[in-house]
Design a protein around this ligand. Structure first.
Ligand code: TYD
Length: 130
């Protein structure tokens, strides 16, 4: 989890994400998830190589992270928190509040070949690296 610097004044708040403010990779893609229906679980995959930052810019959701050793739930409920999700981390997003916008910065393009969508395959691959 990374705490982001908020530039605030009497008008409100602003956060800039760039190398100078601590993003540790060249941002190649930004996507955002919104309009998520109640009860939906998204994600349900890991990546071979991709690194991402997830920022809940509005609302809240819970992210389950599983690196093959530990499973951790993280609640993203502040626009000034970024969650770094590195390679070989199984992740699931759930419990979206209505109106939630989850913005994700990625260090690579959308590439289906980088996805591991089968949890048994993920567990097999991650156990080989132990
Ligand atoms: P999906 O991987 O199912 O989303 P999530 O992991 O959040 O559950 O992606 C939904 C659709 O959007 C799917 O058709 C792939 C497409 N997509 C892109 O075209 N570009 C992207 O950067 C992403 C993340 C998904």
């Amino acid at each position: 989890m990374i705490e982001l610097e908020v530039r605030g004044d009497e008008r409100g708040s602003l956060i800039a994400l760039e190398a100078a403010t601590g993003v540790p990779f060249a941002i190649e893609r930004v996507y955002y998830i919104f309009g998520t229906r109640e009860g939906v679980v998204r994600g349900l995959h890991a990546h071979h190589a991709l690194t991402q930052w997830a920022v809940c810019v509005a609302g809240a959701c819970t992210v389950l992270l599983d690196d093959g050793r530990e499973r951790t739930d993280v609640r993203l409920d502040r626009p000034d928190l970024a969650l770094q999700i590195g390679p070989m981390v199984w992740h699931e997003m759930r419990d979206f509040e209505p109106g939630t916008v989850l913005m994700v910065l990625a260090d690579g393009p959308y590439d289906e070949a980088d996805y591991i969508r089968d949890q048994a395959e993920f567990e097999r691959l991650v156990s080989e690296t132990r």
